[in-house]
Design a protein around this ligand. Sequence first.
Ligand SMILES: *[C@@H]1O[C@H](CO)[C@@H](O)[C@H](O)[C@H]1NC(C)=O
Length: 333
Amino acid sequence: MVTRISIIYLALLFSTILHASLSERCHPLDKEALLKIKRAFNYPYILVSWDPNTDCCDWTNVLCDNVYNRIISISFSYGDLAGPIPAEIGDLPYLQNILFHKYGNLIGSIPTSIEKLTMLRFLQITWTGISGPIPAGIGNIKSLEFIDFSYNKITGTIPSSIGWLPSLGGLRLDRNEIVGPIPDSFGEFQMSDFYLYMSHNKLSGPIPTSMAKKDFSYIDLSRNKLTGDPSPLFGENKRLLLIDLSRNSFSFDLTSVKFPRTLVSLDLNHNKMTGSLPAELTELKLNLFNVSYNRLCGKIPVGGNLQRFDYTAYFHNRCLCGSPLPPCSYSEI
Ligand SMILES: *[C@@H]1O[C@H](CO)[C@@H](O)[C@H](O)[C@H]1NC(C)=O
């Protein structure tokens, strides 16, 4: 009797286990990597659902794809994550998306193991305490379409290899402590309508002339230590919509610069620009324009939107004059 019950019990138990393992979508290697990540993060509360006895495709903060049932996305925003990003994130070979957003206690550097992720498309680590350099091997992740490392404590220089990423359509490195030049390879981006945000760093040196051949749609390089002539970024036939070069040390003559007709936002305040404002500026549909704190001279062209901005868009120059600043001479009144 006892034996028969045990046999039935065992059979039941066995079939449950069998059933569980057959119906579990999660790949055992992915589960193993995720559990290591959980351990490395010291079992935070937000990962309670990461229970070894359940299907990892049902866990929070991750996604499995429907074909291979492999982990394709790991994303965290808000919650209680602290410490470094575990190197085991590189052991999820099907990952397409990594997101860590708003974790002041996430520290250490970006793990170099991400270089193994040959399917990674979106890499976003933002508003964290992550420091150290951008891994040089990031250029090996050819699948990357978008990199966002804004609002961290990243140091070091920009690896040139980023410029050769064939599918990259946008790069955000703003609000870090990145030094050194913009690599020449930034003229090699393949995707058009690229957007580039690198404001609030310590970038220095000139804009590479190679960038003249690129079509960017948004560029923000404000609050760096960039020098020289940024004209490679302009050009009549480009499709640039917004450019912010304010608070750098650009020194160039603005007089004959040709601006893209598509431009709606042009901020050049706090630089060392000389010359005068080109008349073509009146042909642009600008909704933001600021050339204050430069070394410009001459009459502000009349027309377009140029008189819609108040005097602070023009003040603190060498000898700019005319509306909205005071008239150039009494004969004009
Ligand atoms: C232009 O920039 C200066 C310096 O940042 C600022 O004080 C001023 O308010 C800005 N004016 C406009 C119209 O954007």
